[in-house]
Write a protein that binds this ligand. Sequence first.
Ligand code: ZN
Length: 286
Amino acid sequence: MKLVSFGEYGHERVGVVVEDDIIDLNAAEPELPSTMIELLAGDYLGAAEQGARGAAALGPDVRFKLGSVRLGAPVPRPSKVVCLGLNYRDHAEEQNTPLPERPLLFSKASSCVIGPSDDIVLPADSQQVDYEVEFAIVIGHTATKVSVEAAYEYIAGYTVMNDVSARNVQFEQKQWHQGKSYDTFGPMGPYLVTRDEIPHPHTLNVRLVLNGQTMQNSTTSNLIFNVPYLVSHISKIMTLYPGDVISTGTPAGVGVFRKPPVFLKPGDVVETIIDGIGTMGNRVRR
Ligand code: ZN
């Protein structure tokens, strides 16, 4: 099942994609909640699937064409976005850095999360804004100290993130929080694809195309710390809540390590693509 959050920024409603349409779940089934976090926290995925099945009979007030409404991030305001630094073998190689022994965690402010077609806005204090396509895990159930074996049960599904980063700020400061958290630095989407549709999350092609040119092209088989390990490891440090996002790190090809470096500029279009999940296209502006 492909889930979306759609509608105006700050007022997104949860929907299911059926063919080329979005079904407004709460409008179709009033006992279902209207937001993604409530849907996940209330364990309504089964009910959502059933609601979507009856969608053929639904009228135009409940069923919209994809593309006719704005898509928000699947989880527009997660309680936290936990990110991984250096979690792809090819990304470690491009920096001549040894593979880490333990995951390096950092956080993006959840206020930077935007939808899959929203604009990335360059801040005034950075000329070095960079892109990072990432495979992201969305938590389905509250997870505290879960084992690697049980970890998948706590995952609702997967989505695409662009971990936009102001490199001058990131590298000037010991903490990465500011450089990673400017408003609009967290495009996410287009869909939350439920876990059952992606039974092999370590075989996915991950790419980023900037103005038509492929800049990153790798696969999740290059992840150093894999999906169940990350959920288990992080849940032993901090409780993960429904809708929380773990962005698993970026592969090789980011702008800052290119010769010469490439940074985002007004008018650029950044496409981030993961097979089996979908494609985001975000325009860049000042
Ligand atoms: Zn990243």
